[in-house]
Design a binder for this molecule. Structure first.
Ligand SMILES: Cc1ncc(COP(=O)(O)O)c(C=O)c1O
Length: 387
């Protein structure tokens, strides 16, 4: 098929040529001065995206790895934990905590919705002797395309001392996140989403309060050990052999992100979300998440007629080389997900809408050809006029 694939997944996301070229460099000594400089530079850059001046460790791992790292460093066996779930990844965080011996109280919300901070407040208020040691929550729930208002959740915690631990694997860099301003204690992310580099790096940022708790933590760990990670970091190294090529990529990606500016990046993602939602709405398609908590990183679209989402996806792939994500678990075949985070352009999304219109029409659904594309074009036009 001619041209590159439109990789419109909520991760892995497309890699800019600049990043690909940057990664295509010889190996260096990971315990030498050249790597130390890179590590220092990228740590500064990633912390700026987090909005934190606290500590950051970078692991060779996927996102799930750093969720586990957070659990084994900051939660001890027997600790009570409140896990807030609005989808697959909220459930995963809860399960990891359970697997490492925490007593997990899980509150789940309907898929497509955001967590209600008032309910979190109620539970924490009832915890008079402060037995709950951590609140686990997802920033952007990739399985549903809804996001949680982390700032509101932290405010709802009032003076409860539980650590606030946030999975921002797919939200960071696509959706506003201000770790220090909001008072988040532990925040986890990964390389393959808004950072525009391949999978393989996990980021774990944590506050001084979390570090204090880590000092007395009794959970099993070796690879993920924060004390060991920090000791090596002082020397400008990682505890174990780092994914050096990904560090090259991250270095370049952070330069690109600084050139664009975080504020503009977040706005760009917001515009993508609004454009895609308006265009799909014009086609009469139903979206899983309501407007008020709709993710800027991806849009989850219900297949018209209630099923057949995977057929739509395979037609999009085979005919137009457009890769969309499917629904997870019970939403498999019920919906598809359009990723619009990272190195994606607005016209890539217009192309997806155009291809989707043809695909739906050919599949026998009544839609007005061009209605979605027109809406997207109108959106871009209005944006250009405003700017
Ligand atoms: C919100 C969220 N958390 C955790 C993960 C797990 O990351 P990984 O698949 O890299 O282990 C993902 C992956 O999509 C995610 O979107």
């Amino acid at each position: 098929m001619i041209g590159q694939q439109y990789l419109l997944l909520p991760g892995p996301t497309p890699i800019p040529d600049r990043v690909l070229r940057a990664m295509n460099r010889p190996m260096i000594n990971h315990r030498g001065p050249e790597f130390r400089d890179i590590l220092n530079e990228v740590s500064r850059g990633v912390k700026a995206i987090y909005g934190t001046e606290h500590r950051l460790l970078i692991y060779p791992s996927s996102g799930t790895g750093v969720l586990e790292a957070a659990v084994v460093n900051f939660i001890s066996p027997g600790d009570k934990v409140l896990a807030v779930s609005i989808g697959v990844f909220g459930d995963r965080f809860a399960n990891i905590a359970k697997n490492f011996g925490a007593q997990v109280e899980k509150i789940g919300f309907k898929w497509g919705e955001a967590a209600d901070p008032n309910l979190i407040q109620d539970i924490l208020q009832k915890d008079k002797d402060k037995q709950i040691k951590a609140v686990l929550i997802t920033h952007n729930e990739t399985s549903t395309g809804a996001y949680n208002d982390i700032e509101a959740v932290k405010k709802a915690m009032l003076d409860h001392p539980a650590l606030l631990m946030v999975d921002c694997v797919s939200g960071l860099g696509a959706l506003e996140f201000k770790m220090d301003d909001w008072g988040v204690d532990v925040a986890l992310s990964g390389s393959q989403k808004a950072f525009m580099i391949p999978p393989g790096l996990g980021f774990m940022a944590f506050s001084d309060r979390a570090l204090e708790i880590h000092r007395n933590n009794t959970n099993h760990r070796y690879y993920w050990d924060v004390t060991s990670g920090l000791n090596y970091l002082e020397k400008g190294q990682t505890a174990f052999t780092p994914a050096i090529s990904l560090f090259y990529g991250l270095q370049e990606a952070l330069v690109m992100m600084a050139e664009e500016g975080l504020h503009n990046i977040i706005n760009r993602h917001r515009n993508y979300r609004d454009m895609v939602r308006q265009a799909l709405g014009e086609l009469g398609l139903e979206l899983l998440a309501a407007d008020q908590h709709a993710s800027t990183a991806l849009t989850a679209v219900l297949a018209p007629g209630g099923s057949g989402a995977n057929k739509i996806r395979s037609k999009m792939l085979n005919r137009y080389n457009i890769a969309l994500a499917g629904g997870q678990l019970e939403l498999d075949d019920v919906m598809f997900r359009i990723g619009h985070l990272g190195y994606v352009r607005e016209l890539d999304l217009v192309a997806v809408i155009a291809a989707l219109e043809i695909t739906l029409l050919e599949s026998g659904f009544k839609i007005e050809l061009g209605a979605g594309v027109n809406k997207a074009q109108q959106y871009i036009l209005a944006l250009n006029t405003k700017n």
